[in-house]
Design a protein. Structure first.
Length: 94
C-alpha cells in the first residue's frame, strides 16, 4: 500500500550510514554494550568479594581495597583488549 502524495510512507525505513550493513552495525553496538556490562560486573563482583572477605576475616578495608584495585585493573585491561584488539582471527602470513 502506498501513501498519497505529501504523506509519509507507511513502511518505516531504518536509518543507517550509506553502504553499511545493518547487521554488522548492530553487532558492533551489542559488542560494546557487552563490554560495558562485563566491566561493571567485574568491578562489582571483586568489590563484593572484598567486602565479604573483610567481614569474614575482620580485616576491613584491606581486601576491599586490594580486590577493588584488581577489579579495575583487570576490567580495564579486558576493555582495552576487546575494543582495540579487533578480531580474534589469526594473522595469515604469505
Amino acid at each position: 500500500m502506498q501513501a498519497a502524495v505529501g504523506q509519509l510512507p507507511l513502511e518505516r525505513t531504518h536509518a543507517t550510514f550509506p553502504g553499511d550493513d545493518r547487521s554488522r552495525v548492530e553487532r558492533q553496538y551489542l559488542r560494546f554494550a557487552g563490554v560495558g556490562i562485563q566491566y561493571a560486573l567485574t568491578v562489582l563482583v571483586m568489590t563484593g568479594a572484598g567486602i565479604w572477605l573483610d567481614n569474614r576475616l575482620d580485616t576491613a578495608p584491606i581486601f576491599l581495597l586490594v580486590l577493588l584495585a584488581l577489579g579495575f585493573v583487570g576490567a580495564t585491561w579486558s576493555l582495552i583488549h576487546q575494543v582495540m584488539g579487533g578480531d580474534d582471527k589469526p594473522d595469515k602470513k604469505p
